[in-house]
Design a protein around this ligand. Sequence first.
Ligand code: PAF
Length: 290
Amino acid sequence: MVKIIPTVEKMQEHAESLRGDGWRIACVPTMGFLHDGHLSLMRIAKRRADVLVVSVFVNPAQFGPEEDFETYPRNLERDLELCAKEDVDIVFTPKTGALYSDDYQSYVKLEHLPHHLCGLSRPVFFTGVATVVCKLFNIVRPHIAVFGEKDYQQLLVIRRMVQDLNFNTEIIGAPIVREKDGLAMSSRNAYLTPDQRPAALTLYRSLVQARKRVETGERDAARILKEVRDLITAQPETDIDYLSICDPETLIDVERIDRPALMALAVKVGKTRLIDNTILPVSSPGSRSV
Ligand code: PAF
């Protein structure tokens, strides 16, 4: 049966005792409103540890003042049912005030990675993510933690934080899970109206097109980005935040695609901001497909 732990003290106490007994702890941090993407992270985590802790916490520190913290979709009852079905051992559900007191002061800020892609239009996002993940790791004390590759930049930021701050936690990236039509799963997909779905799908179609162009020999990043921009802007209600072909480690834009590059994009469809990415492989068999 899934155990719900709502307080920091109880979670810390329990984690210490699990570690003391020699159990291997996995953590899947989430903001709830779980979908199949989250469930795939849980299955990966479950295979690699003895005890799986899923945290459900909508983290105010990663939302800007104009963003959707208040309206972010929440359904704890359904999340708990899904966790029970996935055989999750513990769901950690701290209250906002338990993680951020009124006079809270300490943040984890990375120097370079946040100054690209999503970090440009969401200036507080990665500091908020790194801070809350750091806090969750100190509370749950996981041996491993699993994050989705859909938030590719987030995964890089967390890997970097773990390396720089000497956390003894292995970070595992999990492949993007897509709806049947190709749309990458996201809790924010719940905001989309049926009319907006074709526009939302252009993110996936753009990645497929870019991969095809690279497979057939195109190496000029600007040319591919222009084609993708045309494809997206032809759809109603789309507003491109960024389109980028960049180095998969540094996230610095590349002009020529001479080795595998990351193609990443963020597009608003109506009021819903969607992100997606893929690696553009350059004749390297076994690279990940979209
Ligand atoms: O990816 C998410 O859902 C969040 O950014 C995370 C990692 C749970 C931190 O709040």
